[in-house]
Design a protein around this ligand. Sequence first.
Ligand code: 3H9
Length: 677
Amino acid sequence: MLGFRGDVAVITIDNPPVNAGSAKVRAGLLEALGALGDRNGIKVAIIIGAGKTFMAGSDIREFGAPLSDPQLPAVIAAIEACPVPVIAAIHGAALGGGFELALGCDYRIAQPGARIGLPEVGLGLVPGAGGTQRLPRLVGMEAALELVVSAKRIDAQRGYDLGAIDALSDGDILDDALAFADTGLAKRPLHAMAIAPFEHAAVKSLSAKLIAKAKGRPAAEKAAHLTLQSLEHDLRDGLEIERAVFQDIRITPEAFAYRYQFFAERQASKNPFDAQAKTIAAVAVVGLGTMGAGIAYCFLRAGYKVIGIEGDQDLLDTGLGRIDALIEKDIAASRITPEAAQSMRENLLGNASIEAAKDADLALEAIFEDLAVKRDLLGRLSAVLSPDALIATNTSYLDIDAMAEAVSHPERFFGLHFFSPAHIMSLLEIVSSTSSSAGAIASGFAIARKLGKQPVFARNSYGFIGNRIYAAYRRQAEFLLEDGAEPPEIDAAMIGFGMALGPFAVSDLSGLDIAWRMRQAQAASRDPKARYVRIADQLCEAGRLGRKTGAGFYDYPNGKPVASPIVTEIIDAERRARAITPRTIGSHEIQARCFGAMVNEAVLLLEEGVALRGSDIDVVLVHGYGFPRWLGGPMWHAAHMEPAALDSAIDLAAQAEGVTFRRGDAATALATLKNQN
Ligand code: 3H9
């Protein structure tokens, strides 16, 4: 849309909700820029976004098919060829193609809090409209590499400090851009701008570090290479090379998987019910152990008042100390300002009595995993709170229907399953009991948004979505142990598959005792014919509870995991007791069986209605369990495997478990995923 304010042309991008740079937007921009030439007396042009943002990037939905003309580089070329200086006026976000559009303008003015950056690598892409070539010319090689390869988003204030933004706007962005336009601007082509000198060795090592941090994903490596190449070519040639790499990479299986995750996350974030969220100002967190303190800190950081409650004064002091340590750590790392820390401290009240929860709009219990103790606490909380206050549990696997029975007005009760460490992990399972009201669930989604968490809806089931799939995976890993593979072989195979850590390294990290307690609680109801591996129980009995005790599936002589002769002896003894002749198991079989077990459980979760969609399961596994994002998630990966390979993986897992897997609807569940993006 083209308008005029005196001798200034104002071009407005208007494509709600985030002004994604679709083909229509690109055509509109090109047309507006063309129309400028027909009008005499125009001195400056401003490009601005309507609504809440400048431009969130190119329209990601277009990347799976051939891109239609005009393409973004053509629009930016038209800006550069425009006879008058062009200003990008940025509010909200200028990301990816949106930031590249702004970099193609002669000047950039932005609101200090606006988010800018090149998140393409996080989508399995490289910037495709000049990001890797123009940014080093503006901010220097080191800062450009960091932004491009880490896909980090920064605020415009930081962009100003780096030299990517020319002026900041504290008021109305258009008014300030008009005032800026009046300061006698001239055309300022980036072609002429050289990259500031830098220390080559430092840049090389920074590049290697950033690529390693991105786990060597091809997009990161290619993006780093393109950025460094900007030195060797003039801008025009550099742009062509970058564009060619972008065109290739956007149709790789990895890029499809990343884009799928992007939309899966947004789909999962939508409240599935049509209901109003309750307004929540004060939250009581009962239980300030590591988990509860982390949860309390999440609420404080998001601006809630928090009442931290513990059983007695000593426990309370320790719990409040834990919260304080988290605050201090974030101040030291400059993640929060001392002023923000001060206001968090003012918002935190500690109390050793449950009565203190009476004014809370939400009470969340984060005490240890014991159903009877939790039920008792929930009953007492119900009596203290006002009848319309919400009550939530952070249980990670217990039956929340059984807990709801202890709550008066059980419709207000639901699960908010945080992942450890709660202040770092983004995932939040929002769990409905059979009596949870739609309003309680809607409130869970509103809370997740305010906390900046990735919510996923789940219905009650042992372990909900994530822990149930993970338990099936873990079980299969233990069958592999008995059958002949050693912990380091299984861990290495799963890291080779793409998992962030192997299953036994994870157990050692999180502690073996939680799962041990769970197994003990389940012992009475376990099918006696089901295959059960006793190795982990025996490690626990021997006091090997993981890293916290200095030994688990591995020994940790210097803090690093090494294979343990004691564990080998325990495994060998178990194999003998079961009359299993160990055999060599290759990484292909390890990966197939572990993956087959995950997919089978995922399909069951869908059939049972515990998960609403396959894509929700993928969001849970990627965000909470280190499943590789570039494979999309277990469901996406399964949907894109050779059907025969998937069948064989599931069959191998079933054989090891000694059961017939119910995977009747796997094909249907997976077919819906195949047609996306
Ligand atoms: C790129 O630009 C490559 C270039 O180098 C290539 C040049 C040739 N496209 O997140 P929200 C949708 S790659 C299409 O909930 P918020 C989103 O799906 C791109 N759709 O809002 C959702 O739709 P629905 C680089 C998009 O306020 C709705 O908008 N850019 C796009 O919480 C609202 O989204 C990025 O990676 C898009 N680019 O957060 C930035 N972006 O309602 C991606 C959003 O149907 N975007 N949608 O579910 C974001 O990070 C956030 O959307 C933003 C707003 C922070 C902007």
